[in-house]
Design a protein around this ligand. Sequence first.
Ligand code: BDR
Ligand code: CA
Length: 310
Amino acid sequence: TRSIIIDTDPGQDDAIAILLALASPELEVLGVCAVAGNVPLPLTSVNIRKVLELAGRTDVPAFAGADRPLLRPLVTAEYVHGKTGLDGADLPEPTMPLDPRHAADFVVETVMSRPPKSVTLCPLAPLTNIALALAKEPRLAERLAGIVLMGGGVFEGGNRTPAAEFNIYVDPEAAARVFASGADVTFIPLDCTHQALTTAARTAAIRGLGTPLSRAVAGWLDFFERFDEAKYGTDGGPLHDPLVIAYLLRPDLFSGKRVHVAVETASELTRGMTVVDWWGVVDAAPNATMLRHVDADGFFALLTERLARL
Ligand code: BDR
Ligand code: CA
């Protein structure tokens, strides 16, 4: 089994990523950390506990981290995720407590106290908590097994601005630090996630599992996909964050390559742009693996099979 820490801002797609990880015996979820992103921290830190309780996994500790980006005011995305961040399913207010430690402290303590290269970080949100942890403990980057994150948009452009994807846009300074940290980073940008659409048939397959949990997930999908369907006329919306967990389970479903990536922090126009040297035109050593393609049918089959276990 592989030990992971999920850092997240639920978000319907974040919630489904957490469930996919909890449903997978190949993974041990050491903790789930909340950060400000899709909605403010008080909501994301409640939402992760709603999801843990939905899965019956109150043994997994939940942490709150940064309530704002390193340097900038918080930008949120209620226009996609609804007022609560988890609109689409009515879940009870959680009763499990938050662990009192700050998420960045939990990351540092956990990674440094475990064997080298045994913990993988899975950020599904702005990278503020991860940048704080890297700043607190300079040895963290090389101690990690790796970081597999959802963020960026390269050939596909952005979804928050023409240049930038939401997670990187919200805290570009944090993202720049993570990519430059020396950690073994794999990133899943919009180029890949836009291939994983929650079509009516895929959502119906999940709803058809017939469990209370599958009904909640289908409710989230119905809510989440309405944004893209209305705006772009697609059948379904892109199910971004669960691809991070799917990559850990089935790397064979993905393809990509090692690249150098830098994050724009100076320009307001292109703030948060992930500038990728796909063609190796400058003399910069690769610092990340960019996943560009996913077998979407394979991914949804995996997700549905795993959700059936919860
Ligand atoms: C990312 O932004 C959030 O809205 C989603 O949860 C995902 O992490 C996609 O750009
Ligand atoms: Ca997210």
